[in-house]
Design a protein around this ligand. Structure first.
Ligand SMILES: Nc1nc2c(ncn2[C@@H]2O[C@H](COP(=O)(O)OP(=O)(O)O)[C@@H](O)[C@H]2O)c(=O)[nH]1
Ligand SMILES: [Mg+2]
Length: 464
């Protein structure tokens, strides 16, 4: 599989642009050492081409004319004991774009080719060092925004997900081998190959697949996060609630209605899920030109949100504006959490001034942005909505992409068909098994179409 690459050695700057303590230029491929040797002069006259698995050299990188470009540490890792399973050389130079670019140019001039996005990781995958689920987890490690997302990505990157998937494939593959063998045997020999124990194993495998599909939503949430739009009429305390949830005085709060005109966005963490909290302009029939635009933006934010946090002022009666907004939100088909704010002003002994709004809410919370009362419960309700009841136990391998979930769902369906029709002909059983195997193979990479692979690796950064 790897041979299409054999000729070319790729190079890229692997650290982010900008200034840093160190910067790394990474080379991988059959000629990585030879190219590095052309650019590098060891300070102790060591030969970097000498066979060792791993070694670090100190010295200088030169251009063709012999000019020193940077003082570096050269880290040589021979395949297959490297990230890509090929020969890899990492040149650790001084951080800063000028020296790194100079080293990169020298490598290109010496015969390396510029790496595409994710090409190092793609090589690790093509060379069989990691499967697709691990390669994708590497992207997620880089992009993880919360501890929970990082844990999930780490678990998958370390191979726990890949291991669980390969176990499933083995169970299915073993069953397929037996069932296919049964096709060629006379009827009386069947029980030994295809027995109750085999169906028990498939039954267990099916249960694990269903569990994977169930917890996938949480995995996807950890990775993608969700947008949480705060909407309501002017002056109900949206910006105050935004600040309270952020634990920061980010938005301007004022008793003057119509203060917030633009949308503000900040990320908070709700039970491990990165949530983009969006403060919006109060929804009303605004006259002021800027405010009209703000209200339009509020509408857009609400429409695109994963959850709407609808804020009302519980210390006053609902108005026409609340009612209009309620109607508008009800038409959106997005879960709404109702926050009855300013609870500190509500006299608990007085009869409630507010009847229920004609809106089915996923949750209703009494809060006070001013005193912080009810905030914790509000956060818990929001987190529960984001994760459903599907949050996987920590360290349990989880699917974390919609694509993976879809494949797993198809695998589980195929296996369900088989289990529902155990007495069907071996040919039919084999058909279902093959379909299930193929679907799981899409997650591990064995049967993933090339264009899907292209898209996955294109989402990496160059140098990873
Ligand atoms: N007593 C009380 N006042 C609040 C509370 N939340 C907001 N306010 C006040 O209500 C006014 C409007 O708040 P603001 O956050 O700007 O509302 P927005 O227009 O919906 O963004 C300000 O004077 C706030 O101090 C609350 O929970 N209790
Ligand atoms: Mg505001």
């Amino acid at each position: 599989m790897a041979d299409i690459f054999e000729e070319d050695t790729i190079v890229a700057i692997s650290t982010p642009p900008g200034e840093g303590g160190v910067g790394i230029v990474r080379l991988s491929g059959g000629r990585a050492l030879e190219i590095a040797a052309r650019m590098f002069v060891s300070s102790r006259e060591r030969d970097i081409l000498k066979k060792t698995r791993q070694r670090v050299f100190h010295g200088h990188v030169h251009d063709d004319a012999g000019n020193v470009l940077d003082e570096v540490l050269l880290h040589v890792m021979r395949g297959p004991h490297s990230y890509t399973a090929e020969d890899v050389v990492e040149i650790n130079g001084h951080g800063g774009m000028a020296p790194l670019r100079a080293i990169l140019d020298a490598a290109l001039a010496s015969g390396a080719r510029m790496a595409g996005p994710g090409e190092f990781t793609r090589r690790a995958f093509m060379n069989g060092r990691i499967d697709l689920s691990r390669a994708e987890a590497v992207i997620d490690l880089v992009h993880a925004q919360t501890r929970a997302a990082l844990t999930a990505a780490n678990t998958a990157a370390a191979g726990a997900l890949s291991h669980a998937l390969h176990e499933l494939r083995e169970t299915l593959g073993d069953a397929l081998a037996r069932i296919e063998a049964a096709v060629d045997f006379p009827e009386e020999d069947l029980p030994e190959l295809v027995d109750a124990a085999l169906f028990d194993r498939l039954h267990d495998a099916h249960a694990r697949m269903v569990e994977f599909t169930r917890t996938a939503d949480a995995g996807i949430r950890y990775r993608e996060g969700a947008a949480l739009a705060i909407v309501g009429k002017p002056n109900v305390g949206k910006s105050s609630l935004f600040n309270a949830l952020l634990r920061d005085a980010r938005a301007i709060v004022s008793q003057q209605p119509g203060t917030t005109r633009d949308r503000l966005e900040e990320t908070i963490t709700l039970d491990g899920v990165p949530a983009r909290l969006i403060d919006t302009a109060g929804m009303r029939n605004a006259k002021d030109e800027v405010e009209v635009i703000g209200v339009q933006r509020a509408r857009d934010a609400a429409r695109q949100a994963g959850i709407i946090l609808f804020v009302v002022d519980a210390s006053t009666s609902y108005t026409r504006e609340d009612a209009d907004l309620t109607e508008e939100l009800a038409g959106l088909d997005i879960p709404v959490v109702l926050a009855r704010n300013k609870s500190d002003l509500v006299d608990v002994n007085a009869p409630p001034t507010n009847d229920a709004l004609p809106l089915t809410c996923a949750a209703t919370c009494d809060v006070s942005a001013k005193t912080g009362a009810g905030l914790h419960e509000l956060e818990q309700r929001l987190a529960a909505l984001l994760l459903g009841d599907a949050a996987p136990a920590a360290d349990t391998p989880t699917l974390f992409r919609a694509r993976q979930k879809d494949s797993m769902r198809r695998a589980a369906e195929a296996l369900r068909r088989l289990l529902d029709a155990k007495d069907a002909s071996p040919e039919l059983l084999a058909l279902d098994l093959r379909e299930a195997l193929e679907a799981i193979g899409e997650i591990t990479g064995e049967t993933t179409p090339e264009d899907v692979l292209d898209r996955i690796f294109a989402s990496f950064c160059i140098g990873k």
